[in-house]
Write a protein that binds this ligand. Structure first.
Ligand SMILES: C[S@@+](CC[C@H](N)C(=O)[O-])C[C@H]1O[C@@H](n2cnc3c(N)ncnc32)[C@H](O)[C@@H]1O
Length: 215
């Protein structure tokens, strides 16, 4: 899954993963698993998610990472915020009070750039990546955020029924990637609310899962 795959999706507005509403799992579980306040939240592979507005509205500050400048311009337009844009190493940083979004490859980011992080919110980030990139992504996010606690939203389904993304990332895979760093607690398990444009039927046994990763 090379960067062009995602750039093409954004340029063609082929973004079925984008949800016009705030993710209900975020609103339900983030406040229960993230206790420390004030909290600076890292949102990897953020797209133009409405979840960032929810986090800001709750009083959290947000640091995010996204490959596509199209996505990030749309994110700030939706927020009604005019960001300052500066070059920062090999990426560009879009900044405004309480929010910094790094535009470019997340694997180019270093901890010093994103600063201290209290929590990570992963929705459609780990599951967006094929196995070889998941193997790099997990340790990288851990190192970038210096082991900050995570709320991780995943999907489980029979991978032979649908080509990702989103990929099926089951509990044992999360343990394989993150088990060396975190204790991994299951938080919830439910039926997905969409069928990924009809690619997965209701009877496929697919589930959306929520995990809390912590030290
Ligand atoms: C499935 S989308 C999810 C977006 C968002 N989390 C959401 O819930 O709507 C995955 C996003 O990751 C971005 N992405 C993919 N590879 C990336 C990378 N190496 N660095 C930063 N962003 C990346 C894509 O451009 C895309 O917007």
């Amino acid at each position: 899954m090379d960067p062009q795959f995602w750039h093409d999706k954004w340029h063609q507005n082929n973004i079925g993963f984008h949800d016009a509403k705030v993710n209900s799992m975020l609103a339900t579980y983030f406040p229960t698993v993230i206790s420390k306040s004030p909290v600076r939240v890292f949102v990897p592979l953020c797209g133009k998610t409405r979840d960032i507005k929810w986090l800001l509205d709750q009083g959290y500050s947000v640091v995010a990472s996204e490959l596509s400048e199209v996505a990030v311009m749309a994110l700030f337009s939706d927020l009604g915020i005019d960001p300052e844009i500066v070059a920062d190493g090999s990426v560009r940083r879009y900044s405004a009070p309480l929010i910094d979004v790094f535009v470019g490859d997340i694997f180019e980011l270093i901890p010093h750039q994103i600063g201290p992080i209290d929590a990570v919110y992963d929705r459609a980030a780990l599951v967006a990546l094929p196995r070889n990139l998941r193997n790099r992504f997990g340790p990288h996010v851990h190192d970038l955020t210096r082991g900050a606690t995570q709320l991780l939203l995943s999907f489980e389904y029979d991978q032979s029924l649908m080509a990702g993304p989103p990929f099926s990332v089951k509990g044992h895979e999360i343990s394989r990637i993150y088990g060396q760093f975190y204790r991994i607690e299951p938080v919830s398990r439910s039926m997905p609310i969409d069928s990924f444009n009809g690619r997965l039927s209701q009877s496929s046994g697919s589930e959306r899962t929520v995990w809390h990763l912590h030290k």
